[in-house]
Design a protein around this ligand. Structure first.
Ligand code: SME
Length: 157
């Protein structure tokens, strides 16, 4: 994935007046299309009740629309304050299955310092699909989205 080009495209669309929610949708689409091994890509947003709620996504519908902090790979990422790169989900004790076809999963936090806004979650049908380069690229997108969340919080204050 060319994360710099992807972020530049998002920035360009924001400058043209794209709103927050469509920007999240565009980010999901651009990330999803950036690698053939990404089979499900979505954003979970963290709410003040410590529940992750599914936002925009591309891929098969999932039962896991709400995930508590500490539950599954997604909730553990928030609880532990770190990204999760799971090369083989069949070896993961607390994995919440979205699709039987999923073999590996990457969760990258959208955060500003200690404040976690949410996460980008990607599933792949390939074992160990997420190289360190891919994780770094997805982190660049997540960091850009964090600036949008910060801007939204400032304008609501
Ligand atoms: N596998 C995730 C749940 C989300 S679905 O993959 C879309 C988890 O264990 O938290």
């Amino acid at each position: 994935m060319d994360a710099d080009r992807l972020v530049a495209e998002l920035e360009e669309e924001m400058e043209k007046g794209l709103d927050f929610a469509p920007a999240l949708e565009l980010a999901v689409r651009l990330v999803h299309e950036s690698e053939d091994c990404f089979h499900w890509t979505g954003i979970y947003e963290l709410f003040p009740d410590d529940i992750l709620r599914l936002g925009p996504f591309i891929g098969a519908p999932t039962d896991h629309v709400f995930i508590g902090v500490g539950q599954g790979v997604c909730g553990s990422a928030v609880a532990q304050g770190r990204n999760m790169n799971i090369p083989d989900v069949s070896k993961c004790d607390n994995y919440l299955a979205c699709s039987n076809e999923t073999k590996s999963e990457l969760v990258v936090l959208i955060r500003s310092g200690d404040r976690i806004h949410g996460q980008i979650d990607i599933d792949s049908h390939t074992v160990d699909a997420f190289s360190p380069e891919i994780e770094t690229g997805v982190q660049k997108v997540a960091d850009f989205l964090a600036t949008l969340y910060d801007g939204r919080l400032m304008s609501a204050a």
